[in-house]
Design a protein around this ligand. Structure first.
Ligand code: COA
Length: 260
């Protein structure tokens, strides 16, 4: 499908989804969110795509937030709808996805931009990146999962400080807090993301999906994560990939996983 606000490129089994509204610092308007939903759903469906890297166009921003210009017309009901749709169509879709998604944070990741990065399974940043949830400066709070995922990633104390002060943090701080796992030069950012994702893509695809589901279960209401792990662990034994993985180990060769 043709997109107005995204660039889609494929490199081997990696699909790049680049948010492409550089003149608005890649702010997420409704159209971009709708396109993101379609692009992510298509990436999950496409057997040639093993995993996704999400990044922002240009040198300045990953995503500078939800598009503030679209907020002005909303009332309480509209605001709740915007948030709920965003959760289900994009942010939860990514977080609960069956394929690994890495956020390559190449500049400002603010508000919905940081929430997008936090919905991804892994975050790496360029050393010029700035991250924050500044919604309280607008009379709002984070509405795309930020109050939940930031606390899960950096702990309640730092999340409260970041959200209540609205302060931006540097990439170095983000690394120290565990919000990102690597900080590299801007020129090395995509290569680092590819290095991590290419390694992941040598592993058994169904096991990757099972691992994502099991880890997420720890944070889902009313779900016993240990029970989820038991069930997912058991299901892995029924896959061809498991048989291939064990056979390859015994035969001292590299496993060739088919995701079956
Ligand atoms: N929504 C809509 N437009 C945005 C935007 C957003 N979240 N962030 C940036 N833009 C637009 C600006 O309005 C400007 O558009 P214009 O050239 O048509 O006026 C353009 O992107 C460039 O931004 P500008 O503010 O001129 O760049 P800057 O380098 O001076 O500042 C930021 C960069 C990121 C500090 C600043 O843009 C900012 O604070 N953005 C909003 C961040 C935010 O509050 N996000 C949370 C939203 S919930």
């Amino acid at each position: 499908m043709e997109f107005q606000n995204l660039l889609i490129t494929n490199k081997g089994r990696i699909q790049y989804i680049t948010i492409n509204r550089e003149s608005k610092l890649n702010a997420l308007n409704k159209d971009t969110l709708a396109e993101l939903h379609t692009a992510i759903a298509e990436a999950f469906q496409n057997p040639e795509v093993g995993g996704v890297i999400i990044t922002g166009a240009g040198p300045k921003a990953f995503v500078a937030g939800a598009d503030i210009s679209e907020f002005a017309a909303l009332d309480a009901v509209g605001g709740a709808q915007l948030s709920r749709t965003g959760h289900t169509e994009v942010f939860d879709l990514i977080a609960n996805g069956s394929k690994p998604i890495i956020a390559a944070v190449n500049g400002f990741a603010l508000g919905g931009g940081l929430e997008l990065a936090m919905a991804c399974h892994i975050r790496i940043a360029s050393d010029n990146a700035k991250m924050g949830l500044p919604e309280v400066t607008l009379g709002l709070i984070p509405g795309y999962g930020g109050t939940q995922r930031l606390a899960q990633l950096v702990g309640k104390g730092k999340a409260l400080e970041m959200i209540l002060t609205a302060d931006m943090i540097t990439a170095a701080d983000a690394l120290q807090y565990g919000l990102v796992t690597y900080v590299v030069n801007p020129e090395e950012l995509l290569a680092k993301a590819e290095e991590i994702l290419n390694k992941i893509l040598t592993r058994a695809p169904l096991a990757l999906a099972a691992a994502i589901r099991s880890i997420n279960a720890a944070y889902a209401d009313g779900v016993n994560g240990y029970e989820t792990e038991v069930a997912e662990f058991g299901k892995c034994f029924g896959t061809k990939d498991f048989k291939e993985g064990v056979a390859a180990f015994m035969e001292k060769r590299k496993a060739e996983f088919k995701g079956e």
